[in-house]
Every structure is written in C-alpha cells, then in structure tokens.
Design a binder for this molecule. Structure first.
Ligand code: UD1
Ligand code: CA
Length: 453
C-alpha cells in the first residue's frame, strides 16, 4: 500500500461562477484550474492523484484523462461527502493529502513543507492555513493558544470568529484510518446543510487527537476561486509570477504590464517582448527573437533571430531569421522555413513556404506550397476555393509572381517561372516560362477629356 495518496476535490458546481462550465475548468493563464492543481501535485512526486468529479464530469474527465484516477461523486453534498467517495481507494493508506481543485496558486514547496510537518509530528490531521486581511468567505481557524480547536465556515461563524484572520486554505494531510473513522461521524447540521470535511477537525479536537497547522507565508497561495472576481485576481497574481520567472531566465519585457504569457509557453534567453503582446498555448520562442508590439501567438514556434511584429498567428511554425509583419495574419497549418519574409497585410493559411521566399505585401496565400527564394508580388491572391472545395497551389523555386496576380487553383507554377502583373492564371505555368494574361493596353494620343461647360 502506498504511504501517500492525494485526493483532489473537483466535483462542485461553482454556483458563484454563474457558468455553464464546471468551476475547475475555468481557465487561468491558459490552462484549466484543475490542471494547475495536477501540476503542483506532480511536482511533489504525486503522479496519479484521485480526482473527485461530479458536476460536469465529462468535461473534467476529458481534460485530465490519463493523469488521474477518477472517483465520481454523483450528488455534491459537501467536501466531507466528496472525500467519503474516495474511501474505498484509501484502504490502508498512511497519509491522505487533500487538495481543492479551485486553489490553483499553491506552490509545490508549500505542499512539501505541509507533508513534512504532518509526518514528522505524527499528527492525525494538518491543515494549511494563511493570514488574510479580508478573510470573508473562508473557513476560520479557531485556536486555543497554539492548539487547533476547529474550523468554522463563514456562514456558521459567530461575529467574534469572523474577526479571525487565519483561514483554512482547503489543503490538508490526514492519517488515513483516523480520517475514515471521523468521516463516519460528520453530519450536515450546519448553515449550508452539507457534510463539511472541516468537521473532522472538531471531531479530532474532542477526541484529543494531535493536530497541526502550517501557515503559508504567501497568502496568495490560499486564494480559492469561487467567483469571476477571484478568478481575475488569481490571473493577475499568476501572470506576474510567469513574467518574473521568464525575466529571471533572461527574457526582456519592455512592458510587463501589457505582456501576457500562458503557463504552457517556453521562451529562450535574449528574447525581447515588446508591449501589448500575448503568447498563448504551447508557443515556443528560440533565442534572439523579437516579438511585438501588438502580437498574439497561439501555439506557435518561432526560430532563432526572427522578428514578429503586429501579427496574429495560431498553430504556425516560423523558422530562423524570418521577418513577419507588420500586420500579418498567419493561420493554422502554416510552416515557414528560415529567412522567409511575410510583410504587411498578408494572410497565409495552411501553406508551406521554403527558405528565402518573400510575400511582402497585400496577399492571400492559402493551401499553397512555395519553393525556395520565390518572390510573390504585391496583391497576389491564391484563388483556392470555388465555393465547394479547396484546391492547392504550387509555386516553384525562384519563381516570380507579378503584382496583382490571381492564381486560380488547382495550379502549378514551375521553377524560375514568371507571371505578368495583373494576370489571372488558370493554367499551369511550366518551369522557366513567362505567363501573361491581360488585354493589350490601348493608348490614344492627344485624347481630349470631356469637360462640363
Ligand atoms: C472550503 C472550506 C473552507 C475553506 C475554503 C478554501 C469546507 C466545508 N470549507 O470552502 O473552510 O476556507 O474551501 O478555499 O470544506 N467539492 C466537491 N464536492 C462537493 C463540494 C465541493 O468536490 O460536494 C469541491 C469543489 O469542487 C471545490 C472544493 O471541493 O474544488 C471546495 O469546495 P467549495 O464549495 O469551493 O468550498 P468553499 O465554500 O470554498
Ligand atoms: Ca472554494
């Protein structure tokens, strides 16, 4: 039997969020709340915690599948009731670590310290507490001297108890068998008519069992997300943590106040991030890249020395030493090899552009493969859609597409081929050929314009 098992409570509806989405699926720094708690558990060596699911369980299960053992709480009758559902999995377990799925800012170091205190003292229960200037809504930690007497919920507290600033974070260690015994004794006789896990402390206290408290120094860690306002508060704290981390790792942020970096992003040394920039999803940025201002990259990879400015991109691979923007829109499935230039007002979708090619101005390139060192003139449009189906375009190495060319797909333009400016190209152009499709210019010399008399 394992010595330590973690249980994460995540079955509650989150009524105060007023949302279709289960509370633990709300996003913090681009990842669901539950994901943050799982990551923290992983960082203290817990690989597969038990997760109690209930409200919106399909969504929660899909998001954490493979990373946790699922325990279903069909009716959400309170945190004590939630842990009762896990008891069959806790037979013979020495230490049960209980975490809340709505407490995403908990640090692994704090969790380690809690577990260590609990085991070295040999307590029946240890609660992680914090001091909060505004403890409203949290369970208060009632002590006699240094001894924990009970945890009382806001709604059940006396006016005196409400003055207490030491709060219950919702993270605990219990001795397995003592927890099991105590859970048989809790009742829903309280203001919310719920089975409170916190009542276990009352019971231990009356039985004279040994209990401990461990207080975090950083009260931010205790923040429980019950409302959208608390979610925004957590977002601000977490964002600052992420920005500080990347700055210590050698990233320059010209304006942290307008820089947003999701938890899953990875940056390298000497990256510079200019104001009003968002890096989301699993974006990866290599050394010496300059991103921004006003750029949003979601799930993108950017190679060494590239510059991406005033750009929106999603699911895109950008190679080394590329120049993107200003005002480029790169859509999913796009892969740019090294030294590619994508200039102003260019949209590229699901296309592969090889080394050294340029699409400098005012173009739409969709479902296209462009070879090496090709030049795509201003205003070039790949006409990839006939209203029913999408068709591919292929442009060879060193091809030169004249300005304002319409390339009507499916179409192939060969290596070194040229198209004349203003042409609508509907037939394949072989390598080395010139294709021009436009009417001859008519020039009438000494032509008198009509004037209004
Ligand atoms: C709980 C604590 C409170 C503490 C606070 C810290 C109790 C009775 N109170 O209050 O002392 O200060 O957390 O944030 O425990 N859940 C279930 N099943 C249920 C009910 C809840 O899985 O039947 C889950 C929720 O999804 C959530 C967690 O347990 O992740 C906490 O529940 P919540 O209703 O948010 O408790 P609080 O009122 O915040
Ligand atoms: Ca809560």
């Amino acid at each position: 039997m394992p010595n330590l098992v973690a249980v994460i409570m995540a079955a509650g509806k989150g009524t105060r969020m007023k949302s279709k989405l289960p509370k633990v699926m709300h996003s913090l720094a681009g990842q669901p709340l539950i994901e943050h708690v799982l990551n923290t558990a992983n960082q203290v060596g817990i690989e597969r915690p038990l997760v109690i699911v209930g409200h919106g369980r399909e969504v929660v299960e899909a998001s954490i599948s493979g990373r946790a053992e699922i325990v279903v709480q069909t009716e959400q009758l309170g945190t004590g009731h939630a842990i009762m559902q896990a008891l069959p999995f806790l037979e013979g377990v020495q230490t049960v670590l209980v975490l809340s799925g709505d407490q995403p800012l908990l640090n692994p170091e704090t969790l380690r310290a809690l577990i260590e205190l609990h085991t070295t003292r040999g307590s029946k229960a240890t609660v992680l507490t914090a001091y909060m200037e505004q403890p409203f809504g949290y369970g208060r930690v009632v002590k006699r001297g240094d001894d924990l007497v009970k945890i009382v919920e806001e709604k059940d507290a006396t006016p005196d108890e409400r003055q207490i600033k030491e709060i219950n974070t919702g993270t605990y260690c219990f001795e397995g068998s003592a927890l099991k015994d105590a859970l048989t004794k809790i009742t829903p006789q309280n203001a919310q008519g719920e089975y409170y896990l916190t009542e276990v402390f009352d019971i231990f206290s009356r039985q004279g069992e040994k209990m401990s408290t461990h207080c975090t120094r950083d009260s931010h860690e205790a923040l429980g997300i019950n409302s959208r306002a608390q979610l925004a508060q957590a977002e601000a704290i977490f964002r600052e943590r992420i920005l500080e981390y990347w700055m210590t790792e050698g990233v320059t942020m010209v304006d942290p106040a307008t820089t947003f970096i999701s938890a899953g992003v990875e940056l390298s040394r000497d990256v510079t991030i200019l104001p009003f920039t968002r890096l989301l999803g699993k974006t990866r940025i290599a050394e010496d890249v300059i991103i921004g201002p006003q750029t949003s990259l979601d799930n993108c990879t950017v190679g060494c020395g590239s510059e991406v400015t005033y750009t929106v991109a999603k699911d895109v691979l950008i190679g080394d030493r590329c120049h993107i923007g200003p005002f480029a829109y790169l859509r999913p499935g796009t892969k740019l090899e090294s030294e590619v230039k994508v200039g102003d007002f260019v949209e590229i979708k699901n296309s592969w552009i090889e080394t050294g090619s340029k699409v400098p101005h005012l173009s739409y390139i969709g479902d296209t493969h462009i070879g090496k060192s090709a030049n795509i003139g201003a205003g070039t449009i790949t006409c990839n859609y006939d209203g029913v189906k999408k068709y591919p375009t292929k442009i060879g190495d060193h091809a030169f597409i004249g300005s304002n060319t319409n390339l009507v797909a499916p179409l192939e333009v060969g290596d070194n081929a040229v198209t004349g400016a203003g042409s609508t190209i509907t037939k394949d152009v072989p390598a080395e050929a010139l294709a021009v499709e436009r009417s001859k210019q008519v020039t009438k010399v000494n032509w008198q314009r009509k004037t209004i008399k």
